[in-house]
Design a protein around this ligand. Structure first.
Ligand code: HEM
Ligand SMILES: N[C@@H](CC(=O)c1ccccc1NC=O)C(=O)O
Length: 286
């Protein structure tokens, strides 16, 4: 067997030589800064099941990533509204990477088998991801508006106000069309100022504007990049929806959801949603 040379620094001496800070009786430590006492004390299984820890941590980490996604999305929309395209593009790239991270996260949850989940499912009562107020804000910010989705938050006025804010505000795509207009593209007036609570409806004038951008990328480089960043984001979101419904089917089959929906059939309907329609349809005409 290979032995390390006798004069090689060992663990204890490495730490000593590096002069690492070791006393945190007065100083702020790693755990203090990150409030790990709170974060790591927030997993409270209700069942005796081993697999409930996976279920809780999967959802809590997803909610943390969603928190960052909303933070970036809001800032991206602020930059877009102020015609600061470059910072907006950088933030949208991060949002898509977070979404990709959440797509890959399904691999961890998919290690849970149907009998493992069935054992802890009764403890979930009627709670469901359907009631995620951060998820709903993301959907609304991306333009998937639906008044019925406000109802699960009615019992919590502060949360309801946050979700309603996203519901009543222009979406990322609405802001993109306003940016196109400010750069001289003919966007129909009713698409520039409308009742933002209504879902977006595709429009030939909007498609024509994007077509001009995609036919002249060098001339409209920023907007062309914006179009592709939006496409990246919708692409990643579609993958997330697909992994969700497939993971759900392999774990609970066609059982009704704890949130009261039909389950897989409901989630499959969500696969048909198109957030940025002209960015997809223009490709046929290029
Ligand atoms: C065993 C794992 C899971 C199962 C069986 C499951 C099942 C379901 C079902 C059946 C629904 C439809 C609503 C209902 O009636 O309950 C739903 C919705 C939802 N789930 Fe999951 N889910 C799982 C994991 C997750 C994870 C890890 C997340 C990530 C945060 C998540 C987020 C959501 C969201 C956001 C919705 C609402 C979707 C929408 O309205 O479009 N779910 N889930
Ligand atoms: N809707 C799921 C339950 C569920 O998945 C869930 C329950 C509580 C907290 C988060 C959940 N995740 C996503 O829907 C079910 O029907 O089994």
């Amino acid at each position: 067997m290979n032995q390390p040379p006798t004069d090689a620094p060992q663990g204890e001496s490495i730490v000593r030589e590096e002069k690492a800070q070791l006393d945190f009786s007065e100083d702020m430590s790693y755990g203090d800064y990150l409030h790990l006492d709170q974060v790591l004390d927030a997993q409270k299984p209700l069942s005796p099941e081993h697999n409930e820890m996976l279920f809780i941590i999967q959802h809590q980490t997803s909610e943390l990533w969603m928190k960052l996604m909303l933070h970036e999305l809001r800032a991206a929309m602020g930059n877009l509204a102020a015609d600061r395209l470059q910072p907006c593009l950088k933030m949208l790239a991060r949002v898509s990477k977070i979404m990709e991270q959440l797509v890959h996260a399904w691999d961890v949850l998919a290690t849970m088998t149907p009998p493992e989940y069935s054992a802890l499912r009764p403890y979930l009562a009627h709670s469901s991801g359907f009631q995620s107020f951060q998820y709903r804000q993301i959907e609304f910010s991306l333009g998937n508006k639906n008044a019925a989705m406000l109802k699960p938050h009615a019992h919590n006025p502060a949360r309801l106000a946050q979700v309603r804010q996203a519901y009543e505000s222009p979406s990322l795509y609405d802001e993109s069309l306003r940016a196109l207009h400010r750069q001289g593209f003919a966007i129909p007036a009713e698409w520039l100022d409308r009742d933002w609570t209504q879902p977006y409806a595709a429009n030939p004038g909007v498609q024509e504007a994007w077509l001009q951008v995609y036919r002249n990328p060098e001339r409209y480089w920023d907007l062309y990049q914006l179009g592709e960043k939006l496409t990246d984001l919708e692409d990643a979101f579609r993958l997330w929806r697909f992994r969700h419904v497939t993971t759900v089917e392999r774990i609970i089959g066609f059982k009704r959801g704890t949130g009261g929906t039909s389950g897989v059939a409901y989630l499959r309907k969500m696969l048909d949603i198109v957030l940025f329609p002209e960015l997809w349809s223009l490709r046929t005409d290029l």
